[in-house]
Design a protein around this ligand. Structure first.
Ligand code: NAP
Length: 250
């Protein structure tokens, strides 16, 4: 029996846990940060909450040994990703990074790529005045001082830090359709969209709607992947890697 730790919080992590659940030679424990009030929970064993940094993760792994780790966290979850690689190397545990592909610019897109939410906030006042902000709850604070702009802020849970003074909060979780995204942008007279390059199909409709409506997009580029670690971009790739590393029948 091989035991795999999946660092999760994404659709890919849930799909991987579900696929591995079918294999009687594999035991999975999925780990969630515990940030979302009503998370979509993977099948199988789940633990919730931070480990307490790299040292805490190391301690957890000594108490709960695993044969391999799959970091299937969100492309912008850089701290847990770095901790996982550091601890896996230190403990000699094979680790794989599973990251969905980034969105790529299509013909007709008007993207303004920036390094982080801070740079997005600096750029906005020179651009437009009615902003559709979809950078996640934790990214909203970077825009709090932009009092001359109006924001439609969409997040799964309410931000717990400061929000821009002129704003409306929409609590919603994807998937969204292009028609609904376009209707929302028209209803609120949105003239610029701000997003992180999360990738995936669940939330890409806003990009299609923005292109169709001629609305520019401020796109926060992804942080670099952990270096020196094997990386795949889909669940099939992760299953193949687990099959080869953990020496288990598929
Ligand atoms: P982060 O900045 O990399 O992580 C901050 C801290 O949260 C980590 O140091 C760790 O605490 C804890 N943590 C994160 N992921 C964890 C996991 N899967 N299991 C246990 N602890 C975890 O990550 P984040 O951007 O706050 O994202 C938190 C979680 O939400 C991630 O699991 C990610 O997959 C998911 N998510 C993030 C985004 C996003 O835009 N960032 C979007 C959708 C989903 P300790 O140091 O105490 O271990």
């Amino acid at each position: 029996m091989a035991r795999i730790l999946i660092l999760g919080g994404t659709g890919e992590a849930r799909a991987l846990a579900a696929a591995l659940d079918e294999n009687p030679h594999i035991e999975v424990v999925s780990s969630l940060a515990g940030r979302t009030r009503d998370p979509r929970v993977p099948v199988g064993e789940v633990r919730v909450g931070g480990f307490g940094g790299a040292d805490g993760l190391g301690k957890w792994l000594r108490a709960n040994p695993v044969d391999a780790i799959v970091d299937a966290t969100h492309p912008f979850a850089v701290r847990i990703a770095a901790n996982a690689v550091e601890v896996a190397k230190r403990c000699g545990i094979p680790i794989l990074v599973l990251r969905r592909p980034a969105w790529v610019r299509r013909a007709g897109d008007d993207w303004h790529e920036v390094a982080d939410v801070g740079e997005a906030a600096q750029l906005l006042p020179q651009m437009r005045s009615r902003v559709f902000l979809t950078v996640g709850r934790q990214g909203v604070e970077a825009f709090a001082a932009l009092s001359s702009l109006w924001f439609l802020i969409r997040a799964i849970d309410p931000p717990d830090a400061a929000m821009p003074a002129r704003s409306a909060l929409l609590l919603a979780r994807g998937p969204f359709t292009e028609a609904a995204e376009a209707a929302l942008m028209r209803e609120h007279r949105i003239d610029v969209l701000v997003t992180k390059n999360s990738g995936g199909d669940q939330t890409r409709a806003k990009l299609d709607a923005a292109r169709a409506l001629g609305i520019p997009v401020v796109m926060v580029r992804r942080p670099p992947l952990p270096s020196g670690v094997p990386t795949v971009d889909d669940v099939a790739g992760a299953l193949a890697w687990i099959g080869s590393r953990a020496h288990v029948p598929e």
